[in-house]
Write a protein that binds this ligand. Structure first.
Ligand code: SF4
Length: 389
């Protein structure tokens, strides 16, 4: 199929109003030099372990170093993960002396819920969480069958996908494992008395760009002594971070992989998603294939439909061909407009014909209803413009 090259989408610069006709310069993935540097924000407390972000074995070593019996680790894990306490004083089955010792020698990542927005359309809740001056958003999605938490992995994002509000923020810093786990605890509390059944890593940030912290948080979420969330109930979504996909294939985790594809041809994909300049479509499809072969699991391709950019029958056919070849499931999502949006969602009729075109060649395609778009909690809408970090 000859590759279509629509004119470049224009991300509105924060300082001036762009028009559709002005092509943007491509976002510079190297622009944030902080990304390759150590996380300086944690320096003040880096000598102390964050008990929200360590494993039971690490907790055992830690309590042994404090001359405490190993069984204390289980008690502490129970308070930290199962009960989600936010101060050592709440650990009432520990002596006062031990609580004071813990507060001197360690800390707990704690988030304050600054704002909660609830969708009047579908009940989706969006939480604005603050870790000190750092602010991020997390979302609780509810449908008849399940409650799903959508968590962020970074403050902002360096990958600058042109349809994504988080990408427009730029990159501030990685979230620590403890901060990611704390988000799940905050979402679990927001869901109560219902159970937080599923977690998707589809909030702010590219999870594989913060690989180690995300994997650590997943293992804590999955552990019996941790949050006890089944691995098959967790999904990591990537914009196409090829080394991350390859690494995940070797983790032995039963979590789901979703890949935000959005264009089935290299030129258009690189226009919409600058990460494709670093990891080409060919490399990405190779990594997905390798992942499936190695894990025996099918990846899901996410495809956000953008009017007049990626919604043609030719694109549908090319998408279906990729999905059929790689045995992937496909989720079609209609674009959610954002404040600086230069894109529009296609009409319902176009969405349905696109779906029909894909279905002709590949049966594993569904239209995913975007939830929470009235409170800017939908796919691509998360953004904290006034973050203090
Ligand atoms: S879609 Fe994901 S990778 Fe792309 S800019 Fe948004 S948060 Fe970053």
């Amino acid at each position: 199929m000859p590759e279509q090259r629509p004119s470049k989408p224009t991300r509105k610069p924060r300082s001036s109003k762009p028009t559709r006709k002005q092509g943007p310069s491509k976002p510079d993935l190297r622009r944030n030099k902080r990304s390759s540097k150590p996380d300086l924000r944690r320096n003040k407390r880096s000598s102390k372990p964050d008990l929200r972000g360590i494993s039971l074995d690490e907790l055992k070593s830690f309590v042994l170093k404090l001359d405490q019996p190993a069984y204390r680790a289980g008690q502490i894990a129970d308070w930290v993960f199962k009960r989600g306490v936010r101060s050592f004083d709440e650990m009432t089955n520990l002596s006062k002396d031990l609580r004071e010792l813990l507060s001197r020698k360690s800390f707990l990542s704690c988030a304050k819920v600054v704002e909660t927005h609830t969708s009047q359309v579908d009940g989706t809740q969006k939480l604005l969480l603050a870790y000190g001056r750092t602010r991020i958003e997390a979302v609780l999605l509810k449908d008849d069958e399940r409650i799903t938490g959508c968590v962020s992995t970074q403050v902002g994002c360096k990958f600058a996908c042109s349809f994504c509000a988080t990408g427009a923020m730029g990159f501030k810093r990685n979230l620590t494992a403890g901060e990611i786990v704390e988000q799940m605890i905050a979402l679990r509390e927001a869901a109560a008395p219902d159970r937080l059944g599923n977690v998707v890593f589809m909030g702010m940030g590219e999870p594989f760009d913060n690989y180690d912290n995300v994997m650590r948080a997943i293992r804590i979420a999955n552990a019996e002594w941790g949050l006890g969330i089944g691995a098959r109930r967790m999904t990591v979504s990537t914009a196409g971070h090829v080394p991350g996909i390859r690494k995940l294939a070797g983790e032995g985790l039963q979590i789901h992989l979703a890949v935000s594809l959005n264009a089935p041809v290299q030129g258009l994909r690189a226009t919409l998603m600058p990460i494709a300049d670093r990891y080409s479509l060919t490399q990405l499809l190779g990594a997905i294939e390798q992942y499936s072969e190695r894990t025996g699991r099918r990846a899901t391709l996410e495809y956000v439909l953008l009017k007049d950019f990626n919604d043609s029958p030719e694109m549908a056919a090319a998408l279906a061909e990729i999905a059929r070849r790689l045995l992937c499931k496909v989720n079609i999502i209609c674009y959610n407009e954002t404040a600086d949006s230069v894109f529009e969602p296609p009409t319902d009729q176009i969405v349905e014909s696109f779906l029909a075109e894909v279905r002709k060649r590949c049966s594993t395609v569904v239209r995913r209803v975007s939830r929470g778009s009235d409170i800017a909690a939908g796919c691509g809408q998360l953004c904290v413009p006034r973050d203090g970090t």
